[in-house]
Design a protein around this ligand. Structure first.
Ligand code: CMP
Length: 152
């Protein structure tokens, strides 16, 4: 089992797409084990986007990500980091394939609706940035036997 940190970004919240995006993860039989609405501060933005802080686009990115609340989610599932990034599509909504979340709802590089961890190290770091251990609720959905075989 893997976990990934997902952010439904301010554009997703403002555009009333929260339920729509979460429904896609649920329909894919991915387990939600953490979820909250939070306001990202400039400090948290700099921690989250540490690798981008020196890039020319960072000031605009910080203004965007702190401009309205985000929904922080921890998803759990088999290969969930790769699976969710494939569900999101390319970073730039203009290049994301139809059928992906960004391909269907975003026409922007910056306002691309959803962030997802890009690897196991990033997931561990990002989950710890947004969630305390006691805010994550691992559980076994009762439909698990109908969502994958026992040896998967
Ligand atoms: P995300 O997956 O959250 O990770 C970094 C974010 O920076 C990315 O989504 C985009 O929102 C944003 N981003 C990446 N590249 C650029 C760029 N060249 N110009 C503006 N924003 C960018």
């Amino acid at each position: 089992m893997e976990r990934s940190l997902i952010l439904l970004k301010p554009d997703c919240v403002q555009r009333r797409l929260i339920g729509n995006i979460i429904a896609r993860f649920e329909a894919k039989a991915i387990n939600i084990v953490g979820l909250k609405l939070i306001q990202v501060t400039p400090e948290l933005s700099k921690q989250h986007y540490a690798e981008h802080v020196e890039k020319p686009f960072y000031p605009g990115l910080e203004e965007f990500i702190t401009g309205a609340p985000v929904v922080a989610i921890v998803l759990e599932g088999l290969e969930v980091i790769r699976v969710v990034r494939e569900m999101l599509g390319a970073t730039n909504g203009l290049q994301a394939a139809p059928g992906t979340i960004r391909g269907d709802y975003s026409s922007s590089r910056q306002m691309n609706l959803v962030h997802a961890s890009d690897g196991t190290e990033a997931a561990t770091r990002e989950i710890a940035l947004y969630f305390n251990d006691n805010e994550i609720c691992g559980y076994t959905p009762c439909l698990t036997p109908w969502m994958r075989a026992g040896d998967e």
